[in-house]
Design a protein around this ligand. Structure first.
Ligand SMILES: [Zn+2]
Ligand SMILES: [Zn+2]
Ligand SMILES: [Zn+2]
Length: 101
């Protein structure tokens, strides 16, 4: 197999945390291998509200230089969804019109 040319099995470890993969899955990024957890942490876009990755098919909103799932982009006070609404930013968090003051 291709990897045997580059790595001994015991040296075939995650580029980031250095744990061996064993039988678990890994991901390649720039031809470096990463475990699933680190790959998610390092290379996926995450929603700042819920902390989960934003998948390719997910609807999301970019606001305040951060990324949110559409469902997670809510007023900090009343949690009304703000997607497509006018909102106000205070301290890097979104607020609806009523709670902006
Ligand atoms: Zn890792
Ligand atoms: Zn989210
Ligand atoms: Zn509100």
């Amino acid at each position: 197999m291709h990897w045997a040319k580059k790595w001994h099995p015991e040296c075939f470890t995650c580029t980031h945390c250095r744990k061996p993969f064993g039988n678990s899955e890994f991901y390649l990024e720039d031809s470096f291998p990463y475990c699933e957890k680190d790959w998610n942490d390092l290379f996926t876009t995450k929603c700042v509200s819920c902390g989960y990755p934003i998948a390719a098919g997910d609807r999301w909103v970019e606001a305040l230089n951060q990324n949110y799932h559409s469902n997670c982009f809510r007023c900090t006070v009343c949690h009304n969804n703000l997607e497509g609404q006018s909102f106000f930013a205070k301290g890097g968090r979104p607020y609806c019109k009523a709670h902006a003051r």
